[in-house]
Design a protein around this ligand. Sequence first.
Ligand SMILES: [Zn+2]
Length: 470
Amino acid sequence: MQSTLQFYGGTGTVTGSNFLLETESPSTSFDKTQDKPLGSTRIRILVDCGLIQGKHTAELDNWAAFPYEPASVQYLVVTHAHIDHIGRIPKLVKEGFRGKIISTEATKSLVEPLLLDSMELLAHDARKHGRLPLYDTGDIANAMGLWESVAYHRKVALPGDFVLEFYDAGHILGSAMAVFTREGKSIAFTGDLGGGNSPLLPPVEDIPHVDYLVMESVYGDRVRSADQNRRDTLENVIEDTAARKGALLIPAFSTERTQDLLFEIRTLMVEKRIPSMPVYADSPLAQKITASYLAHPEYFAPAIRVRLEAGENIFAFPELRFVESAEESRGIQSTKGPMIIIAGSGMSNGGRVHSHEKNILPDKHSTLLIVGYQAAGSLGRRLAEGDKNVRIMGQQTPVRCRVEAIYGYSAHMDSQELLEFVNKTMGKLKEVFVVMGEPASSSFLAQRIRDYLGTKATVPEIGSTVTLNV
Ligand SMILES: [Zn+2]
């Protein structure tokens, strides 16, 4: 059997993940006179439908028409709830998609709050550029109405005789690799792969040997340094904050990173390794996401799952306050330290974190803690590189606070781990399509796969089509 794979997003770039698997299936109507099916049906299965993020010029592409007819797609398979994998789903539904959407249950539970949050940001962008909103709450509700969930390792029969199975990708709660099999041939989409360093999630699962692999490469050209004990560094920074009676500001993504931090800070407080002080989780979105995490104990690493199932709230402690209103958020700034503020937006690109930064960066008693990768050009990156004067909300702001970074929180495999992952799937591997990375990162990983594993590896062009023996 043959099918085609079309690369419509997340190709030559990290975001906008969108792949179309297409095949012909014999019609179920039968021509009795000829003793054969009456023609064939076109089967279209999408994997992910993510938002394009990054430079504003690229983000305007989100408003462009899909390069296929949404109404002609029967299934959308979703690897995980990050917005660069789900952010255009309501637009797909708005423009005619009426098929089924499939993901794990944990992914499904995270999607709605994340889409509602993204909608607000997109509406702001749309107004600025004189465009209509990309979608509205009705489109999100319609998408959720089409959504079905399936557990890891539960085989799902799809049209065209494909069988779908999810494997744990260890990246965020509910994240999955999607493996499609037909007549003994298979293709796997990795989605994003976890770095195996999450305090909450199990490591990336092994998948069976496959014929084709569509492989992420966010860190395709980077190796994570292993010489830093993350919890010890966090402990030192918090102790220093207490001694100087300042504020510790940690900009963090609302999904996964905030929960990692709450869990680690709670552990340090319970073990009395750090002094008691107020901890503000300043993001209504993070509060909703944390509630979704707690509702799905079966998706956690075994040791954590046991604690959750015994009724322990692994994210709660007396010093923690989730901050809901903007007024309450501003109120924190007139509070005296020591205190810890975890605020939304991981790369200091917007959200409440900016008003905290305006306040905290000039204060020599305070600390800014950067956790995770900061994209080139972002404010977080400039601060991490030691810039002593930055522009925030239109104002020059001097940086007099201590700036620290912990890189052990990355939610992605590094270059070496990605190569080892490919090596494990090698038995009958015909080709690896290296996607979801910046061009240099994808090319570097493809080259290493060719050189070290002797396997065909390519970086597809955006919009290109390949024919598969699946
Ligand atoms: Zn992701």
